[in-house]
Design a protein around this ligand. Structure first.
Ligand code: FHN
Length: 412
C-alpha cells in the first residue's frame, strides 16, 4: 500500500466527505441492488430508464449542503452495478445524456469545483446491463430457462475493453479528478455467486491508466490490488489501520439508513450525534469518513437526509477545527470520549458527561488552559485533574459529543 503525497496532502486535511448514490435505481426507491435482488431482466428494468427525469437533481445544492456540513470532498456514482451512466458516454446509449439530455457528471463536477470542494468519481467495475458482462447479476426474466444460455457468446475481454474505455472517458473529459472509488472486487464465491477478481478487470492496467491520466489522483483499494487507501464498509475501525505493519490511510464509508440508494420506506436513520461520534472516532484513529446520501427518484436530497446534514453542519460550524487537519493523539482517552489532536490543541470529544470530573490519564499538570470548544467558555483546570476532585462539577454538555479544547503547553 503506497501513501501517495496527495493522500496526506488533502485527504488527511479533509477528513470528511460526502458520498452520493444516484441512478435509475433511485426511482425503484428500495435499494440500488434492486435489479439483482428482485432478479429484474433488462427489458423489465427499462421502465426506470424510460421514466428517468431527474428534474430536481441540483448539483449546486449538493455542493452547498456538503460544504456547510464540513465535508471537503464529494464522490458521485458515475455508474453503479446496473450499468446506467450519468455522463455522456460515447460507448453506450445507456446514459442520462441520451435518456434525458443531461450530463449529470458534468453538472456535478462544475458545481463541486465552484464550491471549492474536491471531486471524486465512484465507478462500478460491475455492469449487469453490458452484453459481455458474465460474472453475476445476469438474471433471466422471471421463470426464463437456463441462465447459461443467456451467457453464451458473452466475452469478458470485450467487457474489459468497454470498462477501460469508460474510465478513460471519465478521466479525460472533466478536468482534474481528485479521487477514484472503484467498486468492487471479491475474488471468492459467495452465496453461490461467482467471484470478481482483479483479473476480471485487468486491474493493474486500469490502475496504471488511472494514474497516467490523472497524476494526482487518489485511488481506493477495490480494484483488488493495493491502492492509496482502504475502505472499511459501514463499520468503524477502533484503531489506526496497518497492512504489513505499515499504517495505511483509511476512509470508512457509511450510510445514513443502511441503504446507499434512496430507500423511501426505510425509517432507520442515524441521528446527527451518531454521525458526529463516528466522524471524530474516525479522525481519532487517523481515518476519514465519507457519509452517503441517496437523492430520490427526481434527484432531490430527501428531507430526512437534509435535516441530519443540517444538524451536522451546526456542530461542524463550532467544531470543525477539531476535525479538519486533526488526527490521533498520543494519549489514552478517558472512557467516555476520544481525542483528536491538531498542533498543540488536544480535543477531548466527550460522548457522555462524567458526573463529577474528567479523568485525563497521563495529562495531570500538562494542560495549560481548557475550554468548551462549542462556546469558548473556560473549564476550570481543577475539574480536569486526574485525581478526583469531589467538588469539581463541569457544566452539563450542551449537546452530544461536545468538545473540550485542552491547550497543551507549546513544546518549547
Ligand atoms: O455493492 C455496492 C453498494 O451498492 C455500494 O455502492 C457500496 C458503497 O461502498 N459498495 C458496494 C458494496 O460494498
Amino acid at each position: 500500500m503506497r501513501e501517495a503525497p496527495s493522500v496526506t496532502g488533502w485527504m488527511r486535511e479533509a477528513r470528511f466527505g460526502l458520498f452520493v448514490h444516484f441512478g435509475v435505481y433511485s426511482m425503484a426507491a428500495r435499494h440500488e441492488w434492486v435489479r439483482s435482488y428482485e432478479e429484474i431482466g433488462d427489458a423489465e428494468y427499462q421502465r426506470y430508464v424510460d421514466h428517468f427525469d431527474p428534474d430536481l437533481f441540483d448539483a449546486a445544492d449538493i455542493a452547498r449542503t456538503a460544504r456547510a456540513a464540513g465535508m471537503r470532498y464529494v464522490v458521485l456514482t458515475t455508474k453503479h452495478h446496473d450499468g446506467f451512466c450519468l455522463w455522456d458516454s460515447a460507448v453506450t446509449d445507456y446514459t442520462s445524456a441520451k435518456v434525458c439530455g443531461r450530463d449529470l457528471v458534468a453538472e456535478f463536477v462544475a458545481a463541486i469545483r465552484a464550491e471549492g470542494l474536491r471531486v471524486g468519481f465512484y465507478h462500478s467495475l460491475i455492469d449487469w446491463h453490458h452484453p459481455d458482462y458474465v460474472i453475476d447479476g445476469i438474471h433471466p426474466l422471471r421463470g426464463a430457462p437456463d441462465v447459461s444460455a443467456l451467457n453464451s457468446g458473452r466475452d469478458m475481454g470485450r467487457y474489459r475493453a468497454h470498462l477501460h474505455a469508460q474510465v478513460r472517458e471519465l478521466l479525460t473529459s472533466y478536468g482534474p479528478v481528485d479521487l477514484m472509488f472503484y467498486d468492487f472486487t471479491f475474488p471468492w464465491k459467495r452465496g453461490g455467486r461467482p467471484g470478481k477478481g482483479p483479473e476480471d478487470w485487468d486491474s493493474p492496467r486500469l490502475l496504471e491508466m488511472t494514474r497516467a491520466l490523472q497524476p494526482g489522483i487518489v485511488v481506493n483499494n477495490r480494484l483488488g490490488i493495493p491502492g492509496d487507501y482502504v475502505t472499511p464498509e459501514q463499520y468503524q475501525p477502533d484503531r489506526p489501520l496497518t497492512q504489513d505493519g505499515v499504517e495505511v490511510m483509511w476512509e470508512a464509508c457509511q450510510t445514513l439508513n443502511g441503504s446507499w440508494g434512496y430507500h423511501r420506506d426505510n425509517l432507520e436513520f442515524k441521528d446527527p450525534g451518531d454521525v458526529v461520534r463516528m466522524l471524530v472516532q474516525s479522525v481519532s484513529n487517523n481515518g476519514n469518513m465519507i457519509l452517503n446520501v441517496g437523492p430520490d427518484g427526481r434527484g432531490n436530497l430527501e428531507p430526512r437526509a437534509r435535516a441530519i446534514l443540517r444538524s451536522v453542519a451546526d456542530w461542524m460550524r463550532l467544531h470543525a477545527r477539531a476535525v479538519h487537519g486533526a488526527g490521533p493523539a498520543p494519549f489514552a482517552p478517558p472512557a467516555h470520549g476520544v481525542y483528536t489532536l491538531r498542533g498543540n490543541r488536544l480535543y477531548l470529544h466527550l460522548f457522555s458527561w462524567p458526573f463529577k470530573h474528567v479523568h485525563l490519564p497521563g495529562l495531570a499538570g500538562r494542560v495549560e488552559y481548557a475550554q468548551l470548544l462549542g462556546d469558548g467558555s473556560e473549564v476550570g483546570l481543577s475539574s480536569l485533574d486526574s485525581t478526583p476532585q469531589p467538588h469539581a462539577h463541569l457544566a452539563p454538555l450542551p449537546q452530544a459529543a461536545d468538545t473540550l479544547t485542552l491547550t497543551l503547553p507549546v513544546t518549547r
